[in-house]
Design a protein around this ligand. Structure first.
Ligand SMILES: [Zn+2]
Length: 126
C-alpha cells in the first residue's frame, strides 16, 4: 500500500513516501536516526512549499510554463543521429520547451532507490 493509492487525489502527500517507508523498516538499524529523519522532513517540507511535484508526477506537466503537457511523440530531434540509450525526450505541447530525462535515474527514484533514500543513507553514516 502506498500514499499514492491511499490518497490518489492528494499528490502532495506522496512526497512523504520515502521517509514513511524508511521509518517503518523491519530492522531498527535500517531506520533513519531522529536527526536524519528531521533533516529529511525539513527537505521534504521545502520541496512541498516550493511547489515541486512528487516524483511520480515528474514529466507529466511542463516545468517551464506549468500549463502544457509533455509529449514524447515528436520530441527526439537529433539531425540524423539515433536517440542515446536510457534517455527520454519530451516536448511541451503548449510552450514548445524541450526536455531530456535519464529514465533509469527516474525509475530508481520512483522505486525508492534514488536521491531521497540515498540522502537518508548518506546522513545516517555521519
Ligand atoms: Zn510548457
Amino acid at each position: 500500500m502506498s500514499l499514492q493509492s491511499i490518497f490518489p487525489d492528494h499528490p502532495v502527500t506522496w512526497h512523504l513516501s520515502p521517509i514513511l517507508e524508511k521509518t517503518i523498516e523491519e530492522k531498527a538499524y535500517d531506520r533513519p536516526t531522529p536527526e536524519t529523519a528531521l533533516e529529511l522532513s525539513e527537505k521534504i517540507y521545502s520541496v512541498i512549499e516550493s511547489g515541486f511535484p512528487p516524483i511520480e508526477l515528474v514529466g507529466k506537466q511542463c516545468a517551464v510554463c506549468g500549463f502544457g503537457e509533455l509529449t514524447s511523440e515528436s520530441a527526439w530531434v537529433a539531425w540524423g543521429k539515433g536517440r542515446p540509450e536510457g534517455l527520454a525526450y519530451f516536448e511541451c505541447n503548449h510552450c514548445g520547451f524541450y526536455f531530456a530525462q535519464n529514465k533509469s535515474k527516474y525509475d530508481k527514484s520512483v522505486e525508492r532507490g534514488g536521491p531521497a533514500f540515498s540522502w537518508i543513507e548518506r546522513l545516517g553514516q555521519q
